[in-house]
Design a protein around this ligand. Sequence first.
Ligand code: HEM
Length: 544
Amino acid sequence: MGFGRHDSETATSYGYAGSGSSLQPEPAVLNAEPGVALPKPLPGIPYNKDALKTILGDGAEIQKIRRAGGSARNWFGQQTARHMSPLVQAFLAPFTKPVLILSDFREAQDILLCRNKEFDRASRASDALRGVIPWHHIGMRTADPQFRRNRELVKDLMTPHFLNTVNAPAIYDNAQIFLGLWRVKAQLAGGRPFQAGEDIHVMTFDIIKVVALGEDDSRSMTAQYLDTVRSATSADQMSETTKDIVFVFAKNEANDDLRAHQTQQEAVGESITHPSPKLFHIFHNLTAPMREAFALKTSMLERQVSLAVKQFKAGEGVKSALDYMIQREASAAKKAGRQPLFDTPSMRDELYGYIGAGHDTTSTAFQWGLKHLTVHQCAQKKLRDSLRAAYAKAFDAGRQPSVADITKTSVPYLDAVIEEVLRLSAPVRQLVREAMVDTTLLGHRVPKGTTTDSWDHADPQAFVPERWLKKTVVDDGAAEAEAHHYDAQAGPFLSFGTGIRGCFGRRLAYLELRILMTLLLWNFEARSPAPGAEHVGAGRPLDH
Ligand code: HEM
């Protein structure tokens, strides 16, 4: 999930201590024992012997990898294989306890589902998040009564009814604007590839903002950019390059809302690698860019809240998470015989955190989806055929599937593709917890204050959506036929975490990905990348 430009490899993240940024040396600055200089291992759990020779511990090796342009993120994944053990300890910063890297699906699932009293959100992650959104539940401990109160505020936002009737149409409309943009771009590019990442990043921001806060007077960034692209001539806005090379369009500059969001995300990402995220924020929040970002956030929220209250008083229906909160507060106040409070710190941060948590994650997943389908042309064709079969009436009538078609129809292969994309891309790769009490992991003693980081490194690298399909033989009396249904339990999957602190927005993410994938594949063919570009890493631009 993301508060930070998320590109899977370099992402900084708003919310999950584990994602992106935590893959930089992630120190567990927890209950440091005074006077202890060199790392002190926990008995019986494997570790890198060289890490004990320096005060930096494994941080020294990680820094070396990063300096050489390697991935700190991969380092975490490699440790359990390096020691041939599902539980490994790492020393990520001076004067701190070791971090445990757990790569055992069942144990990780057990911790997340059943051991909430023993393991909770890690202090480092909480501090990193709370420096920017102190009133969002993501940075709160599960036992904090405020966590429950905040969850109460947002609890109906992920019901199928709310998602399908309120969110789906807004996602669908924004997706149409995006498709309009790509139609124009495809025409102007004349068959040459163009970069896709930035457009997806902006479109997914448009979507999450409108789903959280509703429309305002201004048009979406994608709609405004479409005007720019349309009116531009190749001489002034676009640089037409030689055949077969990426066609470069004018950049879509971030507006104030997106800029403010990105500045805050980056701050969360930076803070998490700082020796004290709390201290980092105290000083960083005084800098001019942060003060500007906070002012822009306040002005966006004030603007939207006052518009939503006006619309509520005029009897307009619920069109966003904010509208829902206003309606809920109005009826609670009425029942209690008090004045409604439409603008509280919890409401503000829940809404802003919704945008932060829901933007980069979905953008990253969708970019990866497009990438996989571009590389795996057979899967792309199979998906397009499945969509055409599922929406046969729309196909025969030469129209697109409607939003109701998409929300009501099951397309097992689409679900399987999305699951496989999420399994392989896992926008939030690490689920970080801190031991609240002395406990055990896979039979090893784990003292209170130890950070655990679960990592499913054993997943095969191949993109095989079929692994999420179960075959059944249907016998209708006359003949036997095979049917495939999507089975979310077919394999180990923790891309959304699980349990009480699992992803709050999981259903919204699936809905958005289903709508976007359907419409994109219906309208476009993503051609194979040019030779040599097949294995471009995540986060590098996608070509269409
Ligand atoms: C593909 C998209 C997404 C992925 C892969 C993803 C992944 C995750 C993961 C792994 C966690 C759990 C972290 C942990 O256990 O420590 C999480 C938590 C969370 N996610 Fe998502 N997420 C996605 C989309 C969204 C969206 C659209 C929202 C919008 C509301 C959202 C809101 C949240 C929130 C609020 C939490 C924190 C829950 C808590 O602390 O109790 N996520 N997400």
